[in-house]
Design a protein around this ligand. Structure first.
Ligand SMILES: C[S@@+](CC[C@H](N)C(=O)[O-])C[C@H]1O[C@@H](n2cnc3c(N)ncnc32)[C@H](O)[C@@H]1O
Length: 328
């Protein structure tokens, strides 16, 4: 194929993708939409074919450089482990992976670091697929659970880990509260998330508002927090020792958006594997991927990292109050 034919073919597909996008509008309705969307995306297999076991962005290095798409996603998990200082923790450390998808991170944490991982997601189909993908010897279990009402008792896990689940949460303060609640005193919370610029400092302008609306509606998101706002919400749980540490990984993850589209070009066998409906569904996501690239590339969106340690004094306070009630 010569270059001009290739360019015409890409332009035609792009126009087609915009037409499909405009003809099939989506709206965020409720948490049920989130579960249904992930069930559907898991059942049809297209997302897994292109994104692999990790439904999150890749880490392309600092500064970013060319990398294989699926490798960048695996690297993201290892970079997050390092950044969260989880690589210093012993084998057998208990981890809760909140919004675990089909268990990509959970399996790496179990296999490469020897952690005992429990992954939870709101989507029953994801739990089923995560279980299918996890060999028996890997210490990772999966169950359906709601991040906003976790079924675990207080102080259950050494580490709570969550990647890109936050934008789906209707109540971000509750999301922070629940994750800190189930963490053991001295335990570590590490979260990676899509965020928006802090609009208290600089409100969204005339084109950013409709763009953000699209980013929310397309993939079942009620709202993005800001890095500053979510960090304050973690602190407001009253369970944090010292400060919440944050970082901005927008640059390191930015190539993921165009790389996602490029996967469709270099792996056209997906189009054949999933037939006409697969082609339509894949093309349907191209405008959203481009809008995400614009959002993250222009400073409207930011990729936030959060680390917090649960205060030991929580335990001391609880012990103190039990002791007091026994004395009385
Ligand atoms: C973008 S995916 C990320 C998946 C996984 N962390 C990964 O990186 O591969 C978002 C995940 O959050 C989950 N999720 C969304 N809302 C949830 C909720 N209220 N409770 C539990 N999981 C939720 C979705 O089911 C999905 O698994």
């Amino acid at each position: 194929m010569n270059l001009s034919v290739f360019i015409i073919a890409i332009a035609t597909l792009l126009i087609l993708s915009v037409i499909i996008y405009l003809l099939t509008p989506r709206n965020y309705e409720s948490a049920e939409t989130v579960a249904n969307s992930y069930d559907e995306w898991t059942e049809d297999g297209i997302l897994e074919f292109y994104w692999g076991e990790h439904i999150h962005l890749g880490h392309y290095g600092s500064p970013p450089h060319n990398k294989e798409f699926l490798q960048a996603k695996e690297d993201f998990v290892h970079e997050m482990v390092k950044w969260g200082e989880l690589d210093k923790l012993p084998q057998g450390t208990t981890v809760l992976d909140v919004g675990c998808g089909i268990g990509g991170s959970s399996r790496i944490l179990a296999k490469d670091y020897g952690f005992a991982v429990t992954g939870v997601t709101i989507s029953p189909q994801q739990v089923k697929r995560a279980q299918e993908l996890t060999p028996e010897e890997v210490t990772a279990d999966f169950k359906v659970d709601d991040a906003l009402a976790l079924s675990f008792p207080d102080n259950s896990f050494d580490v709570v880990w969550s990647i890109e689940a936050g934008p789906h949460m209707e109540d971000k303060a509750k999301y922070a509260q629940e994750m800190m609640r189930v963490l053991k005193p001295g335990g570590i919370l590490v979260v990676a998330d899509w965020n928006q610029r802090d609009d208290r400092q600089k409100p969204l302008n005339f084109w950013e508002k409709p763009l953000m609306r699209q980013l929310l509606d397309q993939w079942s998101h009620p709202a993005f927090s800001s890095i500053e706002g979510f960090s304050e919400q973690i602190e407001a749980t009253g369970l944090v020792e010292g400060e919440v540490i944050t970082a901005d990984w927008t640059k390191e993850t930015l190539p993921s958006w165009l790389d996602s589209i490029w996967q469709g070009v270099i792996r056209p066998q997906g189009m054949i594997k999933f037939g006409a409906s697969g082609i339509i569904k894949s093309l349907r996501e191209v405008p959203t991927l481009l809008l995400m690239r614009i959002g993250f590339g222009t400073g409207l969106c930011r990729f936030g990292m959060f680390r917090a340690v649960k205060s030991d004094s929580v335990n001391q306070l609880a012990e103190q109050s039990t002791a007091n009630s026994l004395v009385r």
